[in-house]
Design a protein. Structure first.
Length: 110
């Protein structure tokens, strides 16, 4: 999935029914996230077991949905609040299986 640099990533922290298609996800964007689905954002949804993820976004002239199921383990998305903004880098790391809570960031050299 190609993600433009200027796009915002918004994660729904509530687990959803992963059987939902485009129309169901668009409804969740409006109802749960209080966002406009046509905005230039990636809307990330996760399953109850945290082993599946769906990403809804507007692509040129229609909605696109990207999905992934991790074979072992669970995705470690933030779980508090209704929604959380992430950087593209953080999303990429989570989708690769990294637990961001276990990372230690060091200061940049001056």
């Amino acid at each position: 999935m190609l993600v433009p640099e200027q796009i915002e990533v918004l994660v729904c922290t509530e687990a959803i029914d992963m059987r939902k298609g485009v129309d169901g996800l668009v409804g969740l964007v409006r109802e749960l996230l209080n966002e406009e689905p046509l905005s230039r954002k990636l809307f990330v949804f996760q399953s109850k077991r945290r082993d599946r993820v769906k990403i809804l976004y507007w692509h040129h002239n229609g909605f696109a949905v990207w999905s992934k199921r991790i074979q072992h383990g669970r995705y470690r998305f933030p779980t508090s609040g209704g929604s959380v903004s992430l950087s593209r880098r953080a999303l990429r790391m989570i989708l690769e299986g990294v637990d961001l809570n276990s990372l230690i960031l060091t200061k940049k050299a001056a």
